[in-house]
Write a protein that binds this ligand. Structure first.
Ligand code: T1G
Length: 659
């Protein structure tokens, strides 16, 4: 069979009069200019009488991963994707998509514009544009509701959720699933459509189940949007498919897409997209070979340890939990089984999946059980003596090439490593609670950590599906150091004249799910208080010290758990408490501070600056490898709104805007 070449990324062969078009644009077959011109050339070629129809498929494991996000910063070049898809949909012969993998964004829109869709069992379909701060721009908001109904379309496009092939078949997104010969099945569908009136998606009528269903789906999406524009715009466009003629709907969609594509929100989310892919690249490790990990030990199966154990079980590892007593081990196993039950109830996997995980779990009360573990993670009480003693004992138990990882949040992992005879095998794995849910892990490259140990820790974190960010040794690593700077500045603002609820309201309006003082009340004020009391003896007497939090703790106001903290919680509802305001006023007077209320915008600007300044220190000290890593830590571990790009991105663009 001769191969026809239509562009640098589109080629074709012919089988039984059907033109088999292959999109080959590594790494994800993004619909770059070459793909668009090649598809147009293939359609020109297919007008010949010898061609009965067209099958389009992708090379490699992805069908089409969407438009080329890297082109977004540049002026769009014709032929534009909507025009390519419109021509394809209007084509006089059957065009069938043979979806061999992920069909996302423009890839899903390509499939929607075809007259039929056959999927491999591993195919998936999604319109994730809202995750990039935009909306589908090549017909997705108008074609999807016409194929699967408005309610499903609102949910899929408003959340950006992907659906597997089986769900796509159920909702009517695909016509067939081909477990074997995908291309042959697609050719068969071309034959079945030949000579028939072609079902053009744009000519279908979008079905409405009920306004209540649509509004319920929309309400859920808007509630989670928290300051983002794209989800609301996506919902508006999908609902417009019920009222606007198809052509008008396409015009409105394209106008909205172009407006959002140039928005700050889209720039921020594109920054996050590429930042996540840069994070995993650590130059120093290019030559390091990760060790094989089969058996993972977790010492301490409390809240953190049980979450880590579940995360490792989900990734397919054998897991050995260790507690200090037989009763503790039984409780630990129960806790882990409870988390697995919750995952079954949430539909993450079925009962068989849970049982298979439990078969890979052992929970013992003797460290000797870890003799053959390849990696041991400690998740015991965050006390230096407890951890160093444990590492000394582990040193005697595990194999010489086993890796020891500390989950400490604030202690010095170098000092913990020094308690062992082989500090080069010690690394930090700072999980965020709950560890089976939170994506973020700070992988701490201790001073003596060997490069293959670090590479192994990174590979392990990635296999757990975590967003692994490498950092150096400093108190609080990246996240807690930035958060401490944020909290310190917020406290000083309260001393200077702002009130806690004003700070919280400003940061929640910026996009944080909860303001800092509300978060402190939820976590409990006593934890930080205990740390401040431990540090009192070595604190610099000349440094500014915020005492109001101490006054609250001394008054027994420890947060939600005591019904009072920065706020009062009558019936559990967060309420501004005049007693706290009075205490703040008194403290300012005692320090001789003449309070000044912040001007609009000052709170956000001052707190973002504090975070970015600390971030710049982390970069200059070599603790963080790149500014975008800092953004990812704050977004994934501390609620920084992704659509603002993270503290470093926000500070940079805010400054740029100010210029
Ligand atoms: N454009 C440009 N580069 C992309 C890309 C894209 N759409 N998708 C991935 N890459 C790069 C990525 O940066 C990385 O580069 C490499 O490919 C491998 O990615 C018109 C306007 C497809 C599921 O949002 O979800 O279509 O680091 O590590 O794990 O309405 O990539 O190697 O240099 O993620 O196998 C909508 C985004 C776009 C999908 C593959 N589409 N991509 O996952 O590989 S907007 C998306 C993904 C749009 C239309 C609108 C995933 C993947 P490098 P990877 P993977």
């Amino acid at each position: 069979m001769d191969t026809l070449t239509f562009s640098d990324s589109i080629s074709a062969t012919t089988r039984d009069g059907v033109l088999l078009v292959l999109i080959d644009n590594p790494p994800v077959n993004a619909t770059s200019l070459g793909v668009r011109t090649g598809l147009m050339a293939a359609l020109d070629y297919a007008t010949q009488d010898t061609v009965r129809g067209i099958v389009i498929t992708g090379a490699g494991k992805t069908f089409v991963g969407g438009a080329d996000i890297r082109e977004f910063g540049k002026p769009p070049e014709a032929p534009f994707l909507p025009d390519v898809y419109l021509r394809l949909e209007q084509f006089g012969k059957p065009v069938v998509a043979a979806v061999n993998g992920a069909a996302l964004g423009g890839g899903c829109e390509l499939a929607l514009a075809c007259h039929g869709r056959v999927a491999s069992p591993t195919a998936s379909f999604g319109l994730p544009e809202v995750k990039l701060g935009i909306v589908p721009g090549a017909g997705g908001t108008q074609r999807l509701p016409r194929l699967v109904g408005v309610t499903t379309a609102v949910e899929m496009i408003g959340t950006g959720r992907s659906v597997k092939a089986s769900e796509a078949l159920r909702v009517g997104l695909v016509d067939r699933i081909a477990p074997e010969e995908l291309t042959a099945e697609a050719i068969a569908l071309v034959e079945a459509l030949t000579g028939k009136d072609l079902r053009r998606t744009g000519e279908l009528v979008a079905t409405r189940i009920s306004d209540a269903d649509i509004d319920a789906a929309a309400a859920k999406i808007l509630a989670k949007a928290r300051g983002q524009t794209a989800p609301g715009e996506a919902v508006r466009l999908v609902k417009a498919a019920l009222t606007l003629p198809f052509a008008d709907g396409l015009v409105e969609e394209r106008r909205t897409f172009l407006r959002l594509r140039d928005s700050q929100e889209a720039a921020a989310l594109r920054h996050v997209f590429f930042a996540e892919r840069a994070a995993g690249k650590v130059e120093a490790l290019e030559k390091a070979t990760p060790r094989t990990i089969e058996c993972v030990g977790v010492v301490g199966t409390g809240l953190m340890g049980s979450g880590i154990a579940v995360s490792a079980l989900n990734a397919g590892y054998r897991v050995i939990g260790v507690e200090q007593s037989v009763e503790g081990a039984a409780k630990g196993r129960e806790r882990i089984a409870g988390l697995l039950d919750k995952a079954v109830q949430a539909g993450r996997f079925d009962a068989a999946g849970r049982d298979e995980r439990l078969r890979r779990l052992t929970v013992a009360s003797d460290l000797g059980a870890l003799h053959d573990a390849d990696l041991v993670i400690e998740a015991v009480f965050d006390d230096f003596d407890v951890k160093t003693d444990l590492f000394r004992r582990l040193d005697e138990v595990v194999q010489a090439d086993a890796i020891l990882a500390t989950n400490t949040s604030y202690l010095d992992p170098d000092a913990i490593a020094a308690a062992t005879r082989r500090p080069e095998r010690v690394v930090g794995l700072h999980f965020f609670s709950p560890a089976n849910i939170m994506r973020l892990v700070e992988v701490v490259n201790c001073t003596r950590t060997q490069s293959d140990v670090l590479a192994t820790a990174l590979a392990f974190a990635k296999r757990l599906g975590k967003l692994a960010i490498v950092c150096g040794v400093t108190e609080g690593f990246i996240g807690n150091r930035i958060f401490s700077a944020y909290r310190r500045e917020a406290e000083f603002m309260v001393e200077d004249g702002a009130l806690p609820h004003e700070v919280d309201q400003a940061m929640e309006a910026f996009g944080f799910p909860m303001g800092l003082f509300a978060v402190s009340d939820m976590a409990g004020l006593d934890i930080a208080w205990a740390r401040r009391k431990r540090q009192a003896a070595t604190r610099d007497p000349n440094a500014r010290y915020f005492e109001i939090a101490d006054r609250l703790c001394e008054a027994g106001r420890l947060g939600q758990k005591t019904g009072q903290g920065w706020y009062a919680y009558p019936d559990g509802k967060r309420t501004i408490d005049p007693d706290v305001t009075a205490l703040i006023v008194a403290e300012r007077a005692r320090k001789g501070i003449a309070p000044r209320s912040p001007v609009p915008g000052e709170i956000v600007k001052r707190l973002l600056t504090a975070m970015a300044d600390e971030g710049r220190s982390l970069l200059s000290e070599g603790i963080a490898a790149r500014a975008s890593d800092i953004d990812l830590v704050m977004i994934n571990g501390y609620g920084f709104p992704a659509h603002r790009g993270g503290p470093m991105f926000a500070a940079e663009t805010t400054n740029a805007a100010a210029v």
